[in-house]
Design a protein around this ligand. Structure first.
Ligand SMILES: O=c1ccn([C@H]2C[C@H](O)[C@@H](CO)O2)c(=O)[nH]1
Ligand SMILES: [Zn+2]
Length: 139
C-alpha cells in the first residue's frame, strides 16, 4: 500500500462527503455542481463546494473552498482530497486550484476524482502540476 493510500472506510467516507457537498453547490450560472472533501492527517473531514457569483469571476471552486475552510480551522496537513461532479469521467481540478492545493500538499498528494456514478480516478498533485512552484521555493 503506498504511503498515501486511504483505508476503505476513509475512501468511502471521503467519497460520500464530497457527494454531499456537491448537493450544496451554489452554481446558478453554470449549473455545474462540484463537491470536495479533504481528509486531514489526523482523520478529520472538511468539505467544500463551488460558490458562483453574479459577477462571474468572483465565483470560486469547491477545492479552494475546502482548503480555505480547513486552513482557517487550523489544519495544515492533509492525506487526500476527493472531488465529485455529475459528469463522466470525473472533472480534473482547474489550474488555479492545482496551484492553490500545491501550497498545502506535497507532490505525492492524491486527488480522487469521482464521476456521476461514484467511480473514481486518482492522480497526484505532482502529476496534475509538474515542476511546480511551492512555498519551499520562497525560503
Ligand atoms: O475542478 C473544478 C472545476 C470547476 N469547478 C467549478 C467552477 C465553476 O463554478 C463551475 C464551472 O466551471 O465548476 C470546481 O469547483 N472545480
Ligand atoms: Zn478550480
Amino acid at each position: 500500500m503506498p504511503a498515501h493510500a486511504l483505508t476503505d472506510i476513509e475512501l468511502q467516507t471521503i467519497a460520500q462527503k464530497a457527494a454531499e457537498a456537491k448537493a450544496k453547490a451554489y452554481c446558478p450560472n453554470s449549473n455545474f455542481r462540484v463537491g470536495a472533501c479533504l481528509i486531514t492527517t489526523d482523520g478529520q473531514y472538511i468539505s467544500g463546494a463551488n460558490i458562483e457569483n453574479a459577477s462571474y469571476p468572483v465565483g470560486t471552486c469547491a477545492e479552494r473552498v475546502a482548503f480555505g475552510t480547513a486552513i482557517v480551522s487550523g489544519h495544515r496537513s492533509f492525506k487526500a482530497i476527493a472531488v465529485a461532479t455529475d459528469i463522466k469521467p470525473g472533472a480534473s481540478p482547474c489550474g488555479m486550484c492545482r496551484q492553490f492545493m500545491r501550497e498545502f500538499s506535497p507532490p505525492g498528494f492524491p486527488v480522487y476524482m469521482y464521476d456521476k456514478d461514484g467511480e473514481y480516478k486518482v492522480v497526484t498533485i505532482g502529476e496534475l502540476l509538474p515542476d511546480s512552484f511551492g512555498p519551499e521555493d520562497l525560503q
